[in-house]
Ligand binder design. Structure first.
Ligand SMILES: C[C@H](c1ccccc1)n1cc(-c2ncnc(N)c2C#N)cn1
Length: 282
């Protein structure tokens, strides 16, 4: 739904979300999630029913758990159309910082690839001999520069963050990201879920205060692993896209457009999202 929201002006579309401006409210935005899912850098053709509403519910829940962190949710008298209400967030328009604030408790994915190449991630040297999925001695802040839509984010050292946003804001981004990660991973851990890594985005409000933005601590911005599986040696058993990834790996050579997911994979994936959200928010 890229342009049919009465009372709202369509601004831009991401892979799995659209951004609107409420007419007459220049200080607000509307983030609308959709049921599309991306894997292997492709938005898959078949949506996952209920996914957007579940992840919106999860983001709202995390914002409530992180009550000590200012966030961009707006409490404004603006009617959000019923058609999108359960998958939309009305938010304060911020001056966004061009930094993906990534925190890693475990080494995997692009971080592990960089580690294998350089022995470090975002300029942070790591112990030798780490294997994919290993827990790090302590969570690390590994920022990335926000790439254009569709391109990969580029890991950058903290010094570059300082050049981008200034020393005070850079330190606030790092300390706030690490603090939120510690709080969130403790909450997840208590429910049998490993928060392996996550990505936060922040902006400044009109008073210059640092505000947590975007979506937070969802499977789109984070890796959530089954702790029991990890403990038994099955590493990286994800809660969301593992089913999709496994099916694609078995039915697609990675060339051209990904094949349509079968009904059974779509349904199991939808169930898995629900399982994660209900486990975390219980
Ligand atoms: C990346 C994301 C996006 C969402 C949906 C579709 C495409 C991009 N986005 C969020 C903002 C944004 N700008 C100003 N104030 C804010 N509170 C936010 C937020 N969140 C700009 N882009």
């Amino acid at each position: 739904m890229s342009d049919e929201l009465p009372g709202f002006t369509f601004l831009t579309a991401g892979k799995v979300r659209d951004l609107y401006a409420p007419e007459g409210h220049d200080d607000l935005l509307l983030l609308v999630a959709n049921d599309r899912v991306s894997a292997f850098d492709q938005v898959l053709s078949r949506p996952i029913p209920g996914r957007a509403a579940l992840l919106t519910r999860l983001t709202r829940w995390w914002f409530a758990q992180l009550a000590d962190v200012p966030n961009h949710l707006a409490d404004a008298d603006v009617a959000v159309p019923e058609a999108v209400a359960d998958r939309a967030m009305l938010v304060r328009r911020l001056r966004m910082h061009p930094v993906e604030c990534v925190v890693r408790g475990y080494v995997t994915g692009s971080g592990y690839a960089e580690y294998r190449r350089t022995g470090s991630i975002s300029g942070l040297p790591l112990p030798e001999g780490l294997q994919d999925g290993d827990r790090l001695p302590e969570p690390i802040f590994t920022p990335a520069y926000k790439a254009e839509l569709g391109a990969h984010d580029e890991n950058i050292p903290f010094e570059t963050v300082v050049d981008l946003v200034g020393a005070e804001t850079a330190e606030a981004l790092r300390s706030t990201s690490l603090r939120i990660f510690a709080e969130a991973s403790a909450i997840a851990d208590a429910k049998g879920v490993i928060l392996a890594d996550t990505k936060f985005e922040f902006g400044d409000d009109a008073e210059g205060g640092l505000v947590l933005a975007d979506e937070v601590l969802t499977p789109d911005s984070s890796r959530f692993w089954d702790a029991a599986a990890y403990a038994s040696g099955r590493r990286g058993v994800g809660f969301d896209k593992q089913i999709v990834r496994d099916w694609l790996a078995a039915h697609w050579d990675g060339e051209g457009a990904a094949p349509d997911l079968p009904d059974e994979v779509v349904q199991r994936t939808a169930d898995r999202y629900r399982e994660l959200v209900e486990l975390l928010t219980a």
